[in-house]
Design a protein around this ligand. Structure first.
Ligand SMILES: [Zn+2]
Length: 258
């Protein structure tokens, strides 16, 4: 449908050529300046139910898809968004509007994410206040004039105590993907408690799993669990993505069985 007339006082709506749908509405003084009254209406359509709509703006598309894109930006392709709008609203929106809408939605999401990175230092402070004697380390590097996030390592005091007092001398190391707007990887160290249950030790958020990031992780971990000479720990790993090389430094000193 389209507006043949669209002013504050009058509104005339028509459908595709050949379709008898017609609506005329105008302002009636006694209902106030913001109200319109439909004077003529022929609601019968004989046109195809799906028509290209230019009324759904890219901003509306952005609003519609923002929440889902927040979970996973790859989750929705442009084609998928197009189909969703067609199924939900019976509107065939031009692909250009979808493209602009998706881009606008990504921008809306990007803002809050960057702000969250800026709050990391405050987050660390709060973690240390509420969990005294924990280890929370943030690594950043300068990229020109911008400080870039590299890694965040967290080992809660409660986990330290629990691990030292009640766990077997076994450390499982593995990494997994973080699927979000700013993807990264999660490095984890887990132990096994006296009931053979999995016990969380430490974890870190990094850009990607590599020898460099595993080396940092192990350095922090070593300080935290006070791995010393002559102590015997078993490390369980998949020996992937640099983890085997990062661990090599510990073989001889610690009599680690791999
Ligand atoms: Zn029609």
């Amino acid at each position: 449908m389209w507006f043949e007339k669209n002013t504050k006082k009058k509104m005339q709506v028509k459908c595709q050529w050949g379709c008898p749908f017609y609506m005329y509405a105008s302002n009636v003084k006694r209902f106030g300046p913001d109200n319109m009254v439909v004077k003529t209406l022929n609601p019968q359509h004989i046109c195809s139910p799906i028509v290209t709509s230019h009324f759904l703006t890219y901003r509306r598309v952005a609003k519609e898809v923002k929440e889902r894109l927040l979970v996973d930006e790859d989750w929705w392709s442009r084609k998928g968004i197009h189909k969703h709008i067609k199924d939900t609203y019976n509107m065939d929106v031009p692909m250009q509007t979808i493209t602009r809408g998706k881009r606008a939605a990504m921008k809306m999401i990007e803002g809050p994410y960057i702000e969250q990175y800026n709050k990391l230092a405050a987050y660390r402070k709060e973690l240390l206040r509420s969990n005294p004697r924990s280890t929370v380390e943030i690594m950043t590097e300068m990229d020109g004039l911008v400080r870039r996030f590299k890694m965040m390592y967290i080992f809660f005091q409660a986990c330290k105590e629990g691990w030292m007092k009640g766990c077997r001398p076994l450390i499982g190391l593995d990494g997994c993907h973080i699927k979000a707007h700013h993807p990264g990887q999660l490095l984890t160290a887990i132990g096994v408690d006296a009931n053979n249950g999995i016990f969380p030790i430490a974890y870190a958020m990094v850009e990607r799993e590599s020898e460099e990031t595993w080396t940092w992780f192990l350095e922090y971990l070593q300080q935290d669990v006070k791995i010393e000479r002559d102590s015997s720990y078993v490390f369980m790993t998949d020996k992937q993505k640099g983890l085997d090389n990062a661990l090599k430094g510990y073989y001889f000193v610690l009599k680690i069985f791999v």
